[in-house]
Design a protein around this ligand. Structure first.
Ligand SMILES: Nc1ncnc2c1ncn2[C@@H]1O[C@H](COP(=O)(O)OP(=O)(O)OP(=O)(O)O)[C@@H](O)[C@H]1O
Ligand SMILES: [Mg+2]
Length: 232
């Protein structure tokens, strides 16, 4: 099971929107079962999920103290992907979640305030050794600030190649427990999420591509051995 954390210190950057949308998209792409965890006391993701009619993705109620054990339990239950939403802060909670994650997604609006706020989250991820990816959210088409934001962010880490634009359906879909893909699969928003998920999926499934084939085969063999020693 892979664990993705969605975090950024800045409020309203799109953490909850992304957590819900990526979980649904991952499930639609067939990599499920997918589960969500909401560690934000505001509970927006839980509220969204409660409004949902569809059963998937699953929703796991846990606490930050139990998260590590519950991750192990979910993995044993056969959950393939867990996405964890977090509060807009830099706290112990966020550090715990990022420390347990295979990948951190940092959504950022292309505004100077948001860009200034990414530093603290990046430092936390770097200190914990968790790979990160920035997602520009709420961009205005053809605005110069978006490309400036992209340049600024790429100096701190990898930027997802798919930008999410400011569109009403992102906000309205979340109100009734759905996603833009469920509202209108042919929409531009839906296409943005589909592209974003395939990029994120390639990131979490990343193999050691830079190694020579024989070395990577050896790495695979030793990984298999250690997997056998864990399970056998
Ligand atoms: N691309 C977008 N287009 C239009 N509205 C958006 C977009 N992304 C997010 N929103 C809206 O902006 C608001 C904030 O988004 P969201 O709740 O996902 O942010 P957040 O980072 O989880 O906020 P918080 O820090 O409070 O937890 C919500 O009303 C959401 O519907
Ligand atoms: Mg939120």
């Amino acid at each position: 099971m892979k664990v993705i954390a969605v975090a950024s210190q800045k409020g309203g950057s799109g953490k909850t929107t992304l957590a819900g949308h990526l979980a649904v998209q991952a499930d639609m792409a067939g990599i499920g079962p997918v589960a969500l965890v909401d560690t934000d006391p505001q509970g927006s993701l839980s509220e969204w999920w409660n409004e949902r009619e569809a059963e998937n993705p699953l929703f796991a109620r846990t606490t930050i103290e139990n998260l590590k054990d519950d991750i192990a339990r979910m993995s044993q239950m056969g959950i393939k992907l867990l996405i964890v939403d977090t509060p807009p802060a830099i706290t112990e909670t966020i550090a715990t979640v990022i420390g347990l994650a295979d990948l951190l997604i940092i959504p950022t609006r292309p505004s100077p305030h948001d860009l200034r706020a990414v530093g603290a989250t990046v430092e936390l991820a770097e200190g914990l050794g968790t790979p990160l990816v920035f997602v520009v959210n709420g961009a205005t088409p053809r605005a110069r600030i978006t490309s400036e934001a992209a340049i600024a962010l790429s100096q701190h880490g990898t930027l997802a190649p798919s930008v999410l634009h400011q569109r009403v359906d992102f906000a309205s879909s979340m109100i009734d427990g759905r996603t833009v893909m469920e509202l209108n699969p042919a929409s531009k928003s839906s296409e943005e999420i589909t592209k974003l998920w395939s990029y994120i999926q390639s990131r979490i499934e990343k193999k050691p591509m830079t190694l020579a084939p024989e070395i990577s085969r050896k790495a695979d063999a030793s990984a298999q051995q250690s997997a056998q020693s864990v399970f056998g």
